[in-house]
Design a protein around this ligand. Sequence first.
Ligand SMILES: Cc1cc2nc3c(=O)[nH]c(=O)nc-3n(C[C@H](O)[C@H](O)[C@H](O)COP(=O)(O)OP(=O)(O)OC[C@H]3O[C@@H](n4cnc5c(N)ncnc54)[C@H](O)[C@@H]3O)c2cc1C
Length: 355
Amino acid sequence: MKEFDYIIIGGGCAGLSLAYELEINKKLKDKTLAIIEPTTEYKKDKTWSFWKVTTHNFDDCVKKSWQNFSVNIPKKTNYLECSSYPYQSVDSGLFYEKINNKLKENKNISLFRDISEINSKNSFIFNSVPSIKKNYHNLWQHFCGVEIETQNNFFDDEIFNLMDFDCDQREGVHFFYTLPYSKTTALIETTWLSKMNDSSQKDYDSQIKDYIENHLNLKNYKITYKEGGAIPLFYPSYEIEKDKINIGTAGGMTRLSTGYTFLNIQEHSKYIRKNIENISTAKKFEISKKYQFLDDIFLRVLNENPEMMPDIFFKMFKSSPKTVIKFLSNKSNFLEDLSIILKMPKWTFIKALFN
Ligand SMILES: Cc1cc2nc3c(=O)[nH]c(=O)nc-3n(C[C@H](O)[C@H](O)[C@H](O)COP(=O)(O)OP(=O)(O)OC[C@H]3O[C@@H](n4cnc5c(N)ncnc54)[C@H](O)[C@@H]3O)c2cc1C
């Protein structure tokens, strides 16, 4: 059976981002790479959005970018601007196409459906398949979104809505997220932060229908695309193995308080590429311990007091938008952290710290 210098298990966001980063930086000129991916056909299945706080390789896959956003709770809306760090939405269909076209050019890169097809004994492995045990005590961000098209101009495509908490909370944390791509098209997503043991939260289709028709008051529209999923708000467990690094969700690249993962994946790929010559001894790349600690307390508060969360998120955005964005994107300094922390209900957070 054939052997390879590197193996990437999972040709999704993290696996393909890493392969692309290595390829465009000529790290695969004299090295061989096998990508293991069971999917037979790549098609658009996700929309990856984030504040652009750092450069990445996929500006040409950005479907739309915004410089203004809003956050709201019943009867209150906060309008914010983000021109320093525009919010970008990457179309996964364009992302897969761009990367696969590039990788095809290099004969040192091969694709397989299953790892049993090759000899992996002497390879360095990058694994993006998380081992997640379904545990009802763990929190998840679970969601479903639809892209809709309206007959007439309806949306203001200059501003997106990050969180609309003016909806049924059902003992969880629930909000709607709207990305208007044009005056007649938008992605509308229903999002829950909860333990996922409550199936009553999963009637996503009727939640979305009700929001569009009764909250936005939009009757004439058609659904053109649908996506959904669940992001673990905990780190998958894994054993440290020689010559193996976990990447993507499996590698702890999700910011647990927000679910944002895409840009962390890009930063991890760059780190691996820079250290590829001595990757077995390189320091582990991770989201800074400061954010791991703060997110842990934040999720404990969320778990114990879901009813307080709309207000807490709303208050967080009372800080300068630049500060909040940097905080949520792992780029804040001590003073910026402090300004966010001081906006939080002190006793609730102190209690969570000692629980
Ligand atoms: C619908 C959706 C929307 C999201 N939106 C955002 C967003 O807006 N912003 C953001 O920052 N993050 C977002 N995320 C979170 C995160 O960015 C994505 O989940 C991202 O795809 C994670 O990349 P990954 O490579 O870890 O996992 P994936 O992209 O899921 O890739 C894993 C790959 O492994 C393959 N695989 C599975 N089993 C095996 C196996 N046994 N052997 C080999 N391969 C296997 C799968 O087919 C898949 O291609 C979203 C997640 C989802 C599900």
